[in-house]
Design a protein around this ligand. Structure first.
Ligand code: J9Q
Length: 234
């Protein structure tokens, strides 16, 4: 079964964009997933096809009006659809969320623009909100692409057996990755660590494990479990 995605946006020409290349492009061409970009302006009824308006209570910027967005959602949603609003106020997008989306038959991604979306869109459609991180974007389109990239590459058959194996061996379960090197052995005086040139596979594995642990302690101590701490020797 394939994943069907409807993206609701006022910039439908942005899709599939970069998702049309590389691994995701191959998955889309192979029918593992389909992305349909729906123009929210098609659900307006006024002469100017207006999708935004001034915020009640005043303040800067514009807010996306509920009628066109909800009409667009209702035109595509099915009983089993997962309806997701990309928003900086949402639940954090994680690998676990990406994985959960792979088992859906239909996902509706709603891309807001401007300073936000009328709250009644969420209330009327029971959409869940997902954030890809604590930063300000111009709109939800690029956030939707981030979500789709992460999800599509997890779909069965998206990765070649080689890519899947690389992916598997590359993810040191909950730790940051170890540093990678390729040729040349000396680049501007920066040498590849001797152990990597030694051909001692057990020593290479031990060095990489130690690097992954040390880098995680340095850069993302929040990821370190008591077991990792013990392995680091403290
Ligand atoms: C729609 N900043 O930011 C982080 N995750 C999603 C977003 C976002 C934004 C503006 C509009 C989504």
């Amino acid at each position: 079964m394939s994943l069907d995605v409807d993206v609701l946006t006022i910039f439908p020409h942005m899709f599939p964009g970069p998702l049309g290349d590389s691994i995701t492009g191959r998955a889309l061409a192979g029918g593992l997933a389909t992305i349909r970009a729906i123009d929210v302006r098609d659900f307006t009824h006024d002469r100017h096809k207006s999708v935004d308006d001034y915020p009640y209570g005043g303040g800067p910027g514009m807010v996306m009006r509920p009628e066109p967005l909800v009409a667009a959602i209702e035109s595509v949603r099915r009983p089993a659809s997962r309806v997701v609003l990309l928003s900086p106020t949402g639940q954090s997008f994680t690998h676990a969320v990406a994985h959960s989306l792979t088992s859906e038959s239909h996902v509706v991604l709603i891309c807001g623009r401007y300073e936000g979306v009328d709250e009644r869109v969420r209330l009327a459609t029971r959409a869940e909100e997902i954030s890809i991180g604590d930063f300000v974007l111009t709109g939800g389109e690029i956030a939707a692409m981030v979500v789709l990239d992460a999800v599509i590459r997890l779909l069965p058959g998206a990765l070649t057996s080689n890519e899947a194996w690389q992916n598997e061996s590359h993810s040191s379960a909950g730790l940051l990755e170890y540093p990678q090197y390729t040729r040349p052995p000396d680049f501007r005086g920066l040498r590849v660590p001797d152990v990597l040139l030694s051909g001692h596979h057990a020593q290479v594995a031990a060095w990489r494990r130690q690097q992954a642990l040390a880098r995680t302690r340095e850069r993302r101590p929040d990821l370190l479990t008591p077991e990792h701490q013990a392995e680091l020797g403290d």
